[in-house]
Ligand binder design. Structure first.
Ligand code: MTE
Ligand code: MO
Length: 424
């Protein structure tokens, strides 16, 4: 029997008192309300809440910050002890809602730190196999028509702890948080390709960043024509330094490493550059011993962010299952949820509008009966791709995998309400 309910359950008066929120440590409504009524606590709680009305508040600020009570919502950092600028910081997916990642919480992946790029001296060069080499300063780029799109960026190495023999017990963000979604605004690269007059034999572009790693990667010109953006703005403001100020390449749906930050050079050629980031790294070692190179698109993926590892359910009752789904091939067509480890599935609601190569937020009403359960979600995209089970992913890719891990994630809810990561 399915334990998923119609989401209208949340609106029905009769059930309201048995609702429990899935947030860590939150009291189920029923319990909270009876406690409130039981004591004279009610008056006490009121006067606390109203204390702020007895004195003048803070003055205006030039740039807003999160509430002082939200200080724990941060990116955790995992960096190289010898070279602090080499590593990652994770988006705390378990603490966020909706589909837009706050700019200050967008995950970071740098190979050699964040460079200090002076916008007044910045130039973008397009050269190589072109009829007319082009050089732009920022003012020049900003004269072109702009386009805004909500696009996720995911590191090819995201979720790679999924390859471990034992399920890693960490919050969802510290495991799967090398993915974020922003509104990127910039110049569609297509406009500039025609202006430069790309040689028909030039099938590749080598993109180079201004960081000390001088990151270089190869990108097929066909992708640049299709939907690449030279991004100047992120969530309405100019890019953050960490995410590529003043200019980065955004390649919707493709692995993060190609989306070169602090972009200053595009060289058109008839072959890839074969740099470290596309030979030694970001390639897939297959069971046959051969490696697959140029695995560009991030596959369909989803995960339940609430309840998730480290959170605790309160009393049995109705909970909203909340999560994220995305696919680098296109838009999320369907998300299904299971509470019995994948034996039976129920279709989740997706908040609209659903956009291509963008996060989708899904929700489902689940009645927890207080017994152990295994929660899972499974995404399908509009190109017919389905998020694989872990068993299928391992069967296809073997045990030497490291990149592009997109298997179904399982959270076991124990009878005491604790939630942990399991392989199911
Ligand atoms: N110049 C430059 N571009 C880069 C990188 C880098 O180290 N240097 N890291 C790449 C990798 S591996 C990823 S996953 C994304 C991360 O983008 P973000 O830090 O904005 O999240 O940037 C890519 N672009
Ligand atoms: Mo990456």
């Amino acid at each position: 029997m399915s334990t998923f309910l119609d989401r209208r359950v949340f609106l029905e008066q009769g059930l309201r008192l048995s609702l429990a929120t899935a947030a860590a440590g939150a009291l189920p409504l029923a319990q909270a309300q009876s406690e409130e009524r039981s004591a004279d606590k009610m008056g006490e709680m009121r006067s606390d809440a109203l204390a702020s009305q007895h004195k003048a508040g803070q003055a205006f600020s030039n740039y807003g910050m999160p509430s002082v009570y939200e200080k724990r919502v941060i990116r955790l950092i995992g960096s190289n002890r010898m070279v602090s600028g080499n590593g990652v910081s994770w988006t705390p997916l378990e603490s966020l809602e909706g589909i837009v990642t706050p700019t200050g919480l967008h995950f970071e992946r740098h190979h050699n730190g964040v460079p200090d790029v002076d916008p007044a001296r910045f130039e973008l060069l397009m050269h190589g196999m072109v009829a007319r080499p082009l050089r732009f300063d920022l003012a020049g780029l900003l004269r072109y028509p702009l386009q805004s799109r909500l696009i996720f960026i995911e590191c090819g190495g995201n979720s790679n702890a999924g390859w471990h023999e034992e399920p890693m017990q960490k919050p969802v963000g510290s495991f799967h948080g090398l993915v974020s979604c922003s509104e990127w605004t910039g110049v569609p690269l297509n406009y500039l390709l025609d202006e430069a007059g790309i040689d028909s034999k030039a099938t590749w572009a080598i993109a180079e960043g201004l960081d000390a790693a001088a990151t270089e990667v190869s990108i097929p010109v066909s992708k640049l024509r299709e939907d690449a953006l030279l991004a100047l703005y992120q969530n309405g403001e100019r890019l953050r330094a960490e995410n590529g100020y003043p200019l980065r390449l955004v390649l919707p749906g493709w692995e993060g490493v190609r989306q070169v930050k602090w972009l200053h050079r595009l060289e058109f050629t008839d072959q890839p550059v074969m740099s470290r980031n596309e030979t030694g790294e970001y390639t897939q070692l297959l069971p046959s011993g051969k490696a697959e190179q140029f695995d560009f698109v991030m596959g369909p993926k989803s995960l339940i962010t609430s309840p998730s590892h480290g959170q605790t359910l309160g009393l049995p009752g109705v909970y909203e299952i909340r999560g994220l789904a995305w696919s680098g091939h296109g838009s999320v067509a369907k998300v299904e949820v299971s509470a019995d480890g994948g034996q039976s599935w129920s279709t989740a609601h997706i908040d609209g509008p659903v956009m291509s190569k963008c996060f989708a937020r899904f929700r489902a009403a689940w009645k927890w009966n207080g017994k152990p359960a295994v929660l899972q979600s499974r995404a399908k995209d509009d190109h017919g791709n389905i998020q694989p089970t872990r068993a299928r992913l391992l069967a296809e890719r073997g045990r030497n995998g490291y990149f592009h891990y997109n298997a179904i994630v399982s959270w076991a809810v124990d009878s005491d309400g604790t939630v942990r990561h399991v392989y199911a």
